[in-house]
Ligand binder design. Structure first.
Ligand code: WQD
Length: 339
């Protein structure tokens, strides 16, 4: 089966995709610099897959190192996860985000071009839609970045579009993730944000396991059913399987495409809190605070394009997302540890 190179391979989405790709019969090689992930993930992948992961430690911005990886492993496709992803941090450190997210993507594409590899799956984000005008969001909705992180994703999509226009050998898939949550059913890999979690579910998980006192709900005065923000949460294993479907489409030479990876179902912050309390049997106390700058009231996907183009639909619901997240968090209260 083809060999696929994953960048950012020990990160949250990539590590779950690694398992899904192996289950689908792909050979996987991972590269990461551990700038935002733990080497312990490799031990867990070995435990879950029953084989030593093929892994190289390197930064995607190190062109010589990436070129050496291509020469040694000869991948036929790349899934590019490596990027910084904190919206707030991107506002404070825009240059680091452009250097890593855009510079890293360009360096990987240069290595691909030098080694005659044209299949590229890009980890994009629903944040490219900014403040959505209509819901659910279709892929032809207007795009517009509202923060440097979102801008780096839009630029990345533009780079791939222009590469495809210049040379049909480029077969690219831009996957616009909505809100990935949950963990592999084993509970042995999961989301392990460094410091205070920016995102809702890992924060809720840390409250449930007793690592944090209470959740801060950023605003309950939105025009939504219960006043709190509504998002399209998608189980990370559904997301991982979406990457398998996208790669299969690229290997079937169906051309380049951009699709939403979401469920099409929105849930509010308080829906998530209630679901997590049910799944964990633990209370999740919260306090209401003013809205968070940059947040939109509601955002959920129209998932029809991915269903039609890839034959893929999310299968897991909010209760499974919470139950699998809780199994990971309860079994790993400090995440992967200090490592
Ligand atoms: C979800 C809801 C918050 C934390 C971001 C990025 C997006 C993607 C996913 C990278 C909102 C509320 C949150 C908390 C809260 N990341 N919330 N208390 O903002 O939809 O998306 O992460 O690709 O690009 O923009 O996700 O989980 O931060 O927030 O009340 O402590 O939960 O206001 O309504 P978001 P989120």
């Amino acid at each position: 089966m083809p060999t696929v190179l994953l960048t950012g391979a020990t990160g949250y989405i990539a590590s779950h995709t690694w398992l899904a790709l192996q289950a689908a019969g792909f050979d996987v090689v991972g590269v990461d610099d551990f700038s935002n992930s733990s080497p312990v993930v490799l031990e867990r992948l070995a435990e879950l897959s029953g084989r030593a992961p093929q892994f190289e430690r390197a930064s995607v911005c190190n062109a010589a190192a990436i070129s050496g990886i291509f020469a040694r492993h000869r991948p036929q496709a790349v899934v590019h996860f490596a990027a910084f992803k904190a919206v707030g941090e991107s506002v404070e450190r825009p240059l680091a985000y452009y250097a890593n997210n855009v510079g890293g993507l360009v360096a990987v594409c240069e290595a691909m071009q030098a080694h005659g590899v044209g299949r590229f799956v890009f980890s994009s984000s629903a944040t490219v839609y900014g403040q959505p005008e209509t819901l659910p969001i279709r892929e032809d909705a207007p795009v517009g970045a509202t923060n440097p992180y979102g801008a780096t994703k839009l630029i990345g999509e533009g780079v791939l579009r222009d590469l495809g226009r210049a040379d049909p050998a480029w077969q690219t898939a831009c996957l616009r993730y909505f809100n990935p949550v949950g963990a592999h059913e084993s509970g042995r890999i999961g989301e392990d944000p460094r410091g205070v979690p920016n995102n809702l579910m890992p924060y809720v998980a840390q409250v449930a396991v007793g690592r944090r006192e209470a959740l801060t709900v950023y605003g309950n005065d939105y025009p939504t059913p219960d006043g709190t923000g509504v998002r399209d949460y998608i189980h990370v294993m559904d997301l991982a399987e979406g990457h398998v479907a996208a790669l299969r489409a690229l290997f079937d030479a169906q051309g380049s495409f951009t699709v939403n990876l979401g469920t099409g179902q929105g849930y509010s912050v308080l829906d998530v809190v209630a679901a997590y309390e049910r799944a964990s049997g633990q209370p999740v106390p919260y306090v209401v605070a003013p809205r968070r700058a940059g947040d939109v009231a509601a955002c959920w996907a129209d998932p029809a394009a991915a269903a039609q183009r890839l034959g893929w639909r999310a299968q897991r619901g909010l209760d499974a997302m919470c139950a699998d997240s809780w199994r990971w968090q309860q079994g790993n209260p400090q995440g992967y540890g200090a490592g």
